[in-house]
Design a protein around this ligand. Structure first.
Ligand code: ADP
Length: 246
């Protein structure tokens, strides 16, 4: 195992499960100290300390996360905005509550935490990785609020790359395709159309894993990506890039 992140510090949101958990574990395995943040205390039970149970929608969530991070390790080298919620609905079927929830966690909470974290990120050398989605990059049926939220997160990534480069902070994103995490597994199991639309049209004919995505996130944080900012790395088995013959 490489030790690319020895002496580095990270805050990972949504670290209790799926992509966030795999990312926190890989970072720890490669030497980083990681503050794992999730609202689900049961998920966090399996995570290594330090950890913080918090709903990112709470007004004081950024302040509490920053207080915990500063108490643990002073400055923060890596912020991984991974916490997210799904919203597999057409816009016509989306209630105000669903729209507010999806935009509230996937966009507003990520923006607020990032904004408030900026003074505490290592300068130069800090980095941010946003967990976006293939659905933020292309139109796809029945996913309007989620896709809009992830599109906003992708654009926030590019925007912040422009704004923060002067401080030596890089900002990138990953766009996972069909990844076998709970958020997707539930839909794969319950929706045959989705199964066909996602798996049978993925050039690398398998479902991705949380570890596949964690590997990309670590690359973007690490020493081999020091000239990369404003980039959204598709981790999707080729789904966005290539059509598959029927
Ligand atoms: P994926 O790993 O595919 O992105 P998951 O549902 O497995 O999807 O992971 C999303 C993570 O984000 C979960 O651990 C979930 O508990 C966390 N999360 C979702 N909403 C919030 C929130 N409001 N506050 C903190 N964490 C959240």
């Amino acid at each position: 195992m490489e030790r690319r992140f020895l002496g580095k510090t990270a805050v990972v949101t949504g670290a209790g499960n799926g992509i966030g958990l795999a990312t926190a574990r890989r970072l720890q395995a490669e030497g980083a100290e990681v503050l794992s943040v999730d609202w689900n205390a049961d998920y966090l039970a399996d995570c290594a300390a330090p950890k913080l149970t918090i709903d990112l929608a709470d007004d004081d969530a950024p302040a509490r996360i920053i207080t915990a991070a500063k108490a643990q390790f002073g400055t923060v080298d890596m912020l991984i905005n991974n916490a997210g919620v799904a919203g597999p609905k057409t816009l016509a079927d989306s209630s105000d509550a669903l729209i507010d929830h999806v935009m509230g966690i996937n966009v507003r909470a990520a923006m607020r935490l990032t904004r408030d974290m900026l003074p505490h990120l290592t300068k130069p050398g800090g980095c941010i990785v946003n967990v976006c989605s293939v659905f933020g990059e292309i139109g796809f049926p029945n996913t309007a609020p989620y896709a809009a939220s992830k599109g906003a997160l992708s654009q926030l990534t590019r925007q912040l790359a422009a704004d923060l480069s002067a401080d030596g902070i890089r900002v990138n994103g990953v766009a996972p395709g069909v990844i076998n995490t709970p958020i997707v597994a539930e839909r794969i199991a319950s929706d045959a159309w989705y199964r066909r639309a996602m798996i049978e049209t993925t050039p690398i004919r398998r479902v991705g894993t949380a570890e596949d995505v964690a590997g990309g996130i670590l690359f973007l944080c690490g020493p081999d990506a020091q000239f990369i900012t404003g980039h959204i790395l598709n981790i999707d088995g080729g789904w966005l890039a290539a059509r598959v013959a029927p």
